[in-house]
Design a protein around this ligand. Sequence first.
Ligand code: PGA
Length: 244
Amino acid sequence: MLIAGNWKLNCNIREAIEISSSISNTLADKNLISDVVLFPPVIYIDLIKNKINNSKICLGAQDCSIHISGAHTGDISASMLYEIGCKYTIVGHSERRINKHESNNDIYLKAKNVINNKMIPIICVGENAKDRESGNALNVIEKQLSESIPKNEKNFEFIIAYEPIWAIGSGKVPTLESINEMFNMIRLWLLNNGIDKSIKILYGGSVNKGNANEFFSCKNLGGLLIGGVSLKASEFSEICIMAG
Ligand code: PGA
């Protein structure tokens, strides 16, 4: 299991140190089997890396450039993220797909860069409320998978995060039945594309300590991608402990 905390655009330096140190200290003697990854704003990664002394906790970035280097003001490349100590990079979060107009092809290029720089991309997919209501969710996700996942890379490791857009930050969550239906479709897609069975599928969207156990009962669940609650050190740590 992998429990990931996406801090988004939150925290000042003091809060970043407090949250990461508190999670690290709480989990230090818990012998977790699960991996825990924090995704702070990229500017804090180096600082946090030097503050946490818990080998169970890894760090990752919330995004990376589609470019490798060159005249791309403001961008940060996958190789820079690797050098600074990231093990994972999220690509294709719906907030970037929507607010920054990122296409499936952009996500594909980013995921490729992440894989080629010895990190693991967490490739996000998710349908909006309209697609869910019209019964189109499975088709939408299948298209996102087909167009965003690199299929022929060396060192081919990645993670898929299923995050229905309408569940993110809303307090609404899908039924277990619809999560299982989606996960089964994703597994089948992976199988049909000859991709390793061990690929993890995460769920994300309004996860908290009250509903986490229900998600853990999904048989295909590889972990959770947690937004808002990952800023609450004690609740996030509790969920990590529940994951075991
Ligand atoms: P949330 O965000 O847990 O606040 O709903 C999840 C995400 O955006 O990854």
